[in-house]
Design a protein around this ligand. Structure first.
Ligand SMILES: Cc1ncc(COP(=O)(O)O)c(C=O)c1O
Length: 416
């Protein structure tokens, strides 16, 4: 079994390069990052040689509740005494109960749920449903946005990821994120759906103007189009409310949730959709199939995730930690004006905009040395994404800020 024998890191890297991805191995080792994840607990991720990082990437929210959260492990263990994955064709108590809980947490009439395994799959279903419901082809998304690497999700995402696989599904148009005029100009009677992340992480934690989502809602209503909000990263407490879109006071027609629902323990995703969109799936209940979607043991983990999210004080804690980071970032901005230009934040969905696109990758590498996992935004490498576990405590948040301070000092010394 893995871990029973002392394996050297170089053995693992060599095995990974030979059988999994030679390109990834070359990329990381070439950048001086020889990190191979070993033990993990709470906010920490440790490599096989014992080097410990505070996880401020969290796989975009997978580890919202920390690594190996004991309550989630216990939920999975309890579920395994009686359940397994289940049969996706049959009716299911865990799926029914989890859907009921998600519906209760969602705005408006988003009362219905289709479960999946990955975020991309859940986005694909959202787009399929919008097209089937409206009988229209058009999908509008954000330039530089990210919705996953499956078929329709890929077509809605950034050109860099889709170009080699063309031709993809037709009907996709992209507009600059946050630009209502561009959205208005792109919409027509052919528009089935408008899809945006609440805060696009891959685009550099881009915070839209306050009226953007209300405006998008208004345009969708005017054209009879479906508003899909990708909450794969921003949902489940990350922005200080249950859904990031709640912080804008807007009710979409579809919300997609993924990463954090798994608790980092069992993959499960959900597409929550309005009652109004149900007739198509009612008439065609077997038209979208996912063998592992909504696996029953995963439902128990997700239910525990929601229990934790709904506990009194949980969201208040997220907002208190967000305020602490906000104050810390203000001080970092004052101390490091030559390299740090902006702090972007909605709750604990955070990013630091640096003065040069080369600085993000530099900070990511520096983080591995300094004890902080932070990854630059792929579609804007001048931004480092900072998504700590939502359970981070005050002293740990101060530690993150102190590490960032040191890394920014190093950046100044290297480039200024
Ligand atoms: C905003 C967003 N949407 C969708 C996805 C796709 O999720 P998955 O990788 O589970 O397919 C991701 C993954 O990073 C994401 O960040």
């Amino acid at each position: 079994m893995i871990g029973e024998r002392e394996e050297t890191k170089s053995e693992i890297i060599e095995c990974f390069a030979r059988h999994v991805s030679s390109g990834k191995a070359e990329f990381f080792t070439g950048a001086g990052i020889n990190f191979v994840a070993g033990e993990r607990e709470g906010i920490y991720l440790t490599d096989l040689d014992g080097q410990r990082l505070i996880n401020c990437h969290c796989n975009g929210g997978v580890f919202n509740l920390g690594h190996r959260n004991p309550r989630l492990i216990a939920a999975l263990q309890r579920a395994l005494t009686k359940y397994d994955i289940g049969n996706h064709h049959l009716l299911s108590a865990p799926r029914a109960r989890l859907a009921e809980r998600l519906a209760a947490l969602s705005p408006g009439d988003l009362k219905r749920v289709v479960f999946g395994v990955s975020g991309g799959e859940a986005i694909d279903l959202a787009l399929k449903l919008a097209r089937a419901h409206t009988h229209r082809p058009g999908i509008i998304s954000a330039l530089g946005g990210y919705h996953g690497h499956t078929g329709l999700a890929l077509a809605a995402g950034d050109e860099a990821y889709r170009k080699p696989f063309e031709p993809l599904s037709p009907g996709f148009t992209q507009v600059p994120f946050g630009d209502l005029q561009a959205l208005e100009a792109a919409m027509s009677a052919d528009t089935a759906a408008v899809i945006f992340e609440t805060i696009p992480a891959t685009l550099g934690i881009a915070i839209p103007p306050d009226d953007f989502f209300a405006g998008a809602r208004h345009l969708c209503d005017r054209w009879g189009a479906i508003l899909i909000i990708d909450e794969v990263q921003t949902g489940l407490g990350r922005c200080g409310q249950v859904w990031g879109i709640d912080t804008y006071g807007v009710t979409p027609d579809i919300i997609v949730t993924a990463k954090g629902l798994s608790g980092g323990i069992y993959p499960i995703t959900a597409t929550l959709y309005s009652d109004r969109l149900d007739p198509f799936l009612h008439d065609n209940p077997f038209i979208h199939i996912s063998t592992f979607g909504g696996a029953e043991v995963g439902c128990f983990v997700a239910l525990e995730v929601l229990d934790i999210l709904e506990e009194p004080g949980f969201l208040e804690h997220v907002r208190a930690m967000a305020a602490l980071f906000e104050a810390g970032f203000a001080s970092l901005l004052e101390k490091h004006p030559a390299v740090l230009v902006e702090a972007r934040q909605r709750g604990l969905m955070m990013g630091l905009k640096l003065a040069d696109p080369g600085f993000g990758p530099w900070m990511t590498v520096a983080g591995f040395q300094a004890g902080l996992l932070t990854i630059y935004a792929n579609n804007d490498p001048s931004v480092i994404q900072i998504l700590p576990p939502l359970i981070i405590q005050e002293d740990e948040a101060q530690q993150v800020l102190a590490i960032l301070d040191g890394m920014l000092r190093g950046l100044e010394a290297a480039f200024c």
